[in-house]
Design a protein around this ligand. Structure first.
Ligand code: SF4
Ligand code: SF4
Length: 212
């Protein structure tokens, strides 16, 4: 019958409207900013840089490879690579960003920088209360402002951060196992070489053919 869908829709609206006076979960609005609805795990706003440990500079995962800078569609990332190196989470010396800026007035929250980063160094923040009076400098986020601890990342994206920690731990364990296997192989080769050098060489007389 024509109009059945409209009547059904109105019945749902009426049920939720009346029900919202009795059941809190039927209320879809909250008294913001005093009340806040929890954000879903995969909510995202602008990128942040993750660091491990307590030191934002020493623990920064970013190695300034600039892949994210190249891939960012609106080109709102600006990176300057360091001249020296610092150890990464596996103890390997790596470059780091001397400068890492993101112009959040241009960023479109596409998350491509996160997808292309091979080092789990850049992730999406959930902070959305970022309005400023000025249009330019205050919306240019610098490295210090972008750097957030892994604990903060766990707080905003617990499931994702857990998976990332596991990937990093697996990669570190695989690298350690490879290093150990290479060291064992080198030790074995050195031992074989030393054993060969210690063998007495056969005397020329013993080798000479006998005549009858
Ligand atoms: S989220 Fe998208 S637009 Fe924003 S910095 Fe990353 S790649 Fe660029
Ligand atoms: S955030 Fe990732 S992709 Fe971007 S420069 Fe740093 S390590 Fe490279």
């Amino acid at each position: 019958m024509i109009g059945t869908g409209i009547l059904k829709g109105m019945a749902v609206t009426a049920r939720n409207f009346v029900g919202s006076y009795f059941e809190k979960e039927r209320l879809i609005t909250v008294q913001y900013p005093e009340e806040r609805s929890p954000l879903p795990e995969n909510y995202r706003n602008f990128p942040i840089l993750i660091y491990d440990g307590d030191d934002a500079q020493a623990g920064l995962r970013c190695v300034a490879c600039k892949i994210c800078e190249k891939e960012c569609p609106p080109q709102c990332i600006y990176i300057v690579k360091s001249d020296d190196r610092k150890p990464d989470y596996m103890g390997k010396p790596q470059f780091y960003p001397k400068i890492f800026d993101i112009d959040i007035s241009v960023c479109m929250s596409c998350q491509i920088c996160v997808e292309v980063c091979p080092f789990e160094a850049i992730k999406m923040d959930k902070d959305f209360e970022l309005s400023k009076r000025e249009r330019f400098d205050s919306l240019l986020f610098r490295k210090q402002q972008l750097s957030k601890s892994n604990q903060y990342y766990h707080k905003i994206h617990p499931v994702e951060a857990e998976a990332v920690d596991k990937n990093l731990a697996d990669a570190a364990a695989a690298a350690e196992a490879k290093k150990k296997a290479a060291a064992e192989a080198a030790a074995k080769a050195a031992a074989a070489k030393a054993a060969a050098a210690a063998q007495p060489s056969a005397s020329p007389a013993a080798k000479a053919p006998t005549t009858s």
